[in-house]
Design a protein around this ligand. Structure first.
Ligand SMILES: *[C@@H]1O[C@H](CO)[C@@H](O)[C@H](O)[C@H]1NC(C)=O
Ligand SMILES: *[C@@H]1O[C@H](CO)[C@@H](O)[C@H](O)[C@H]1NC(C)=O
Ligand SMILES: [Zn+2]
Length: 379
């Protein structure tokens, strides 16, 4: 009797979920903050366990040699066809741990919902969904090594020290790290104070794309794998409850399709609000907070045909001081509400592109041209 029950339990655990298409992800505890090895194991594991629709993507390596990992979730396209692609990432700021975890929540949602939930099944069948939870693993690892504020609140990557830094009363200070979200070639200038100070939390680096982490993202969005079919990109950061539109390298500067981006952002933000009244402000960060040059999403909007490009500053709101890491029991609620906004974006992408058929060759993608002139596509 006992052993029959045991056997049944085993069958229920391992057979039924697979047969129904559910629970196919390795265990990842979203009620606590995890370390980098948990992310690495999870991302590799989810691809390994679901080869029919999840593929591991390693787009490069960090300064310290860690892989820049993500997954492509999507049913393979019929031969000779290219699917529309969308991109979700957990950003590139070391201390913004909730964003990394929410990216894993999205993978959980998509992989476990495939062939179980109609909406998710439609997304996975129709789109190629790229998810990159951690685009600055070195900084993340470093921020986990101590609760001392200078380490726990680390933002940059781990570029070696530069000794031209300045402090309130000092010059020639040595400081490590580059802010990857100031390192892209947009609005970059050696006079950009304080981004030109190696001791600033927002040091832009010695030149655009000086960092392997930003080069990896640039090269991947320009690659024939996704260029010309990537239609939406959402990069998550913490914190502030801001739904950030391009452009941010200059105030009152907008792409020509800004109205479309704003309309969809408002719709998505309303959907998020409906869940537990988390209120996002929608606009450019340049207009809401101040100019920030060298941003990843600004560069992608300007240099690729990707239409909907957003940065989300996840909860809590701006009034909470230095709240980059909410109490981890908020991770799942934040994941749930944010996902509802992502659904609004995916639905719009599917609706808008239903008559598109991206060609086999990326349209107008001339890699030689692009590498010589990153601003080939002025909007
Ligand atoms: C240090 O930073 C300054 C300011 O950006 C830059 O001009 C210089 O080239 C950097 N030095 C090195 C070795 O990267
Ligand atoms: C790509 O750009 C390079 C440099 O401008 C040019 O020489 C080459 O002919 C272009 N190739 C195509 C296929 O357009
Ligand atoms: Zn950030």
């Amino acid at each position: 009797m006992r052993s029959t029950t045991g056997l049944l339990a085993v069958l229920l655990c391992f057979w039924i979920p697979t047969a129904l298409g559910g629970a196919r992800t390795p265990f990842f505890d979203l009620t606590v903050y995890n370390d980098w090895p948990q992310f690495e194991d999870y991302v590799k594991g989810v691809a390994h366990d679901n080869p029919s629709f999840v593929q591991l993507k390693t787009i490069g390596r960090s300064r310290e040699g860690r892989p820049l990992l993500g997954v492509r979730i999507g049913k393979p396209a019929p031969a000779g066809r290219r699917k529309i692609a969308v991109w979700l990432d957990g950003g590139n700021h070391a201390r913004e741990w909730p964003a990394f975890h929410v990216a894993v929540y999205f993978i959980e949602k998509l992989v476990n919902g495939y062939l179980v939930d109609d909406k998710i099944t439609k997304y996975v069948d129709t789109l190629d969904i790229y998810v990159f939870p951690v685009l600055n693993p070195d900084g993340f690892v470093y921020s986990r090594t101590s609760s001392r504020a200078t380490i726990r609140q680390w933002r940059k990557n781990r570029a070696p020290e530069n000794c031209t830094g300045t402090g309130p009363f000092q010059t020639d200070l040595c400081c490590e790290g580059v802010d990857l979200n100031r390192n892209y070639d947009i609005g970059f200038s050696h006079n950009n104070y304080p981004f030109n100070n190696p001791c600033s939390d927002e040091f832009q680096g010695p030149r655009p794309f000086s960092e392997p982490e930003s080069r990896a993202v640039r090269d991947f969005v320009m690659s024939s794998e996704i260029y010309g079919r990537l239609y939406a990109l959402v990069s998550m950061h913490t914190h502030g409850q801001l739904w950030i539109l391009p452009y941010n390298y200059h105030k009152r500067t907008y792409p020509q399709d800004f109205k479309d981006l704003e309309t969809l952002a408002n719709k998505a933000a309303d959907r998020v609000f409906a869940y537990r009244e988390t209120k996002y402000r929608v606009g450019t960060a340049a207009d809401m907070l101040g100019t920030a040059t060298g941003g990843a999403t600004d560069w992608i909007k300007k240099n690729t045909p990707t239409k909907y490009v957003y940065v989300l500053e996840l909860p809590p709101d701006m009034k909470t001081w230095f709240a980059f890491q909410v109490k981890p029991h908020w991770l799942i609620p934040i994941g749930k509400e944010t996902w509802l906004g992502i659904e609004v974006i995916f639905d719009q992408v599917i609706e808008e592109t239903k008559n598109f058929q991206p060609t086999i060759e990326p349209s107008g993608n001339n890699k030689t041209d692009i590498s010589r002139s990153p601003r080939f596509r002025q909007l």
